[in-house]
Design a binder for this molecule. Structure first.
Ligand code: GLU
Length: 297
């Protein structure tokens, strides 16, 4: 734990994407998230990250709520749905647009892959290979014309400009202490997708601030994303929460548990007659079903 004074009232959040039922890794994460809040006399909010119109399903939202209630994870306040907050994200994107910090990108995935293959180098960022910057070089008229014409585009952060404007930044990892932000490793990340007026990075950062989240507990897989979020906080004048990361659960082959891969779903355990109180005790003690373990970071 770092030495900085912690805020008086801790607020954490559990933020699942409704793309399937929750597995025991989610249950473990949700318990750790509520436990750090309760230990500090604080609150935990539930946020449904449903901006992905094709993969998010209402039945999964209902399933997640059922799974959490069954496991005995009781959040505070109303459930927040990202799909109901698109105007908040659009306003923030507009703020960045006015500062010349985002640009429209018309590239398809195939074009980006071809460009990377041709350049012979493929540095890897948070969201996959770093975008080579093709559309950053389009001239202003072409951009305006193509957007006006309705050419499909996402909006990317001009990382070099953003980093130059924000300067050196740090954030607090509750276990490792002060961390120097290195958002540049991610390249020009997408802040608004072709099919949605936001992306995970923009929505999660804005929501954490707007919901008054003081402590973010998330999986190790989102450690790199945190550097981007810290930069967005600086650009948008948002507070920076404390962060803590937990290992992901993996199966006997070392593969991450995933909603789609038939991992042990909480719903299956319930149907098999599992006692949720026993499961809570097991998860809190780090006792996982046979063949499942926490990966080392
Ligand atoms: N929605 C993300 C997930 O299900 C978590 C987001 C976060 O913790 O910032 O993996």
């Amino acid at each position: 734990m770092n030495q900085k004074p912690q805020p008086q009232h801790m607020v954490t959040r559990f933020a699942p994407s409704p793309t399937g039922r929750l597995h025991i890794g989610h249950g473990w994460s949700a318990l750790m998230t509520i436990d750090i809040a309760r230990a500090a006399g604080g609150a935990m909010r539930l946020r449904i990250e449903d901006i992905d119109g094709t993969r998010s399903r209402p039945e999964h939202v209902a399933g997640i709520i059922e799974d959490l209630r069954w496991l005995g994870v009781e959040w505070d306040g109303d459930v927040v749905f990202q799909s109901e907050r698109l105007a908040l994200y659009e306003d923030a994107l507009e703020t960045l647009r006015r500062q010349g910090l985002v640009y429209p990108c018309f590239c398809t995935r195939a074009e980006i892959a071809a460009e990377i293959a041709a350049s012979g180098s493929a540095p890897h960022g948070t969201d996959g290979p770093v975008y080579p910057g093709t559309c950053r070089h389009l001239d202003g008229h072409e951009r305006v014309d193509r957007v006006a014409r309705g050419d499909a585009h996402c909006w990317r952060l001009d990382m070099a400009r953003a980093v130059a404007l924000a300067g050196a930044l740090t954030w607090q990892d509750m276990d490792a202490g002060e961390i120097a932000a290195r958002p540049e490793q991610a390249g020009d990340v997408v802040l608004a997708r072709k099919d949605a007026p936001t992306s995970y990075h923009l929505a999660a950062t804005l929501d954490d601030a707007e919901m008054g989240i003081t402590h973010v507990m998330r999986g190790d897989d989102l450690r790199d994303a945190t550097h981007i979020h810290r930069l967005l906080q600086a650009l948008l004048n948002l507070p920076t929460p404390y962060y803590r990361f937990h290992p992901l659960l993996v199966d006997a082959d070392g593969k991450r548990l995933a909603k789609r891969s038939g991992s042990i779903a909480l719903a299956d355990l319930r149907d098999a007659g599992t006692d949720p109180a026993q499961l809570r005790d097991d998860l809190r003690a780090g006792r996982f079903p046979v063949g499942i373990r926490a990966a080392s970071a």
